[in-house]
Design a protein around this ligand. Sequence first.
Ligand code: ADP
Ligand code: MG
Length: 141
Amino acid sequence: MVIETFDPKETYDLGVKMGEQARAGQVICLNGDLGVGKTVFTQGFAAGLGIAGPVNSPTFTIVQQYEDGRLPLYHFDVYRIGDISEMEIGYEDCFYGQGVTLIEWSELIREILPEHVTEVTIEKDMEKGFDYRRIRVEEKE
Ligand code: ADP
Ligand code: MG
């Protein structure tokens, strides 16, 4: 599935829709360059799960956990990870648990990702405007 968005709100709204449909144990891999909208998508996704608080990329930790939604949300941002050995202890409990996991920059930890993930890839296309994003959603088996 490919969705085109033309402002941040549309990307946020796609996140909301997917958050509403999220199921326990789902792992969503978010890829795309810095500033492409991974966190905007995540904020919508959290709202779709019914999470009230502000959601930002975790700054001092790799993962931020939210418990006040329909399902627990584990929000990873592995951008600053240097090596797979720096990965959060206990990450398997998130990936294979009863919550939903969102991973920004998941391609940096490809070797430890579960087999079944939902991949969300966001790309810009400057020819279509500064706020244009092409978002590909794929189920990986
Ligand atoms: P990332 O987490 O991928 O590094 P962010 O979500 O933090 O990126 O930031 C995306 C930036 O791009 C925000 O400033 C947002 O307002 C802007 N933006 C412009 N157009 C869009 C769009 N169509 N979808 C998402 N974000 C957009
Ligand atoms: Mg981000």
